[in-house]
Design a protein around this ligand. Sequence first.
Ligand SMILES: Nc1ncnc2c1ncn2[C@@H]1O[C@H](COP(=O)(O)OP(=O)(O)OP(=O)(O)O)[C@@H](O)[C@H]1O
Ligand SMILES: [Mg+2]
Length: 255
Amino acid sequence: MTNQTQYPAGALIVAEHVSKSYPVGNSTVDILHDVSLTVSEGEVCAIMGPSGSGKSTLLYCLAGLEQPTSGEVALLGKSLTRSTRKQLAELRRAELGFVFQSYNLMPTLPVAENVALPFRLRGERVDRARIEAALDAVGLGGRGSSLPSSMSGGEQQRVAIARVLAQRPQIVFADEPTGALDTRAGRIVLSELRRIGSTPGQCVLIVTHDPAVAASCDRVVFMRDGRLAQQMSAPTTEGVAGMLASLEASVAEVA
Ligand SMILES: Nc1ncnc2c1ncn2[C@@H]1O[C@H](COP(=O)(O)OP(=O)(O)OP(=O)(O)O)[C@@H](O)[C@H]1O
Ligand SMILES: [Mg+2]
């Protein structure tokens, strides 16, 4: 069976009616309900919402790291549900970049080797200049021989971002990419992600709690109780903060 289907031109991430449940004890708990979302090339899209609203779960489903209970996800025009495990691994290795706190670095490999890992996994020659440029871009120039275990959480996160920058994947998934960073490092990382997102043929999907980060994206989608509640194009910090506050208040009312 082919996994090549027709999706809108330029749509790099397509989620259609994605639901996700987890078994808990003898029953199941429904986390995502019927989420449909398209992210197109040249777009940086943010996902926001109250804690526990399902943002990370959605990102994992869209990135092919979790299997939706129902619904379809397609990346770069290829259906994930109809891909074999091998096809999925190849796609992930070649075209996807992840900045997740739990998607971690190899602690015993020097920083430069961690950044070079995707090249090695693909059996490609490692371009040292590109690795060093990526480390420079996140403010870690000259730190290539350090071990991740000797670095702070924020520095480790920047290594993960350098890995994405060196690899230049078509789609970047980032969960709280600036969460552990100070203002300056956060600004560097964000501008690098924006640069990736605005490149033709590429896009970035970011989960963030920070209205200023969301406002620097092209579009913000808001989640509430596992559903997409709102969308905002050309977002502003005030607009995003206001929407988030009203969603949090409505969650508190129900609780
Ligand atoms: N493996 C799992 N088994 C059971 N429940 C889970 C599992 N993973 C997540 N959940 C639940 O799903 C809900 C959504 O979790 P998720 O991590 O997606 O939220 P989030 O919006 O990313 O929150 P935060 O902003 O705090 O990171 C939470 O209630 C969480 O407890
Ligand atoms: Mg989360």
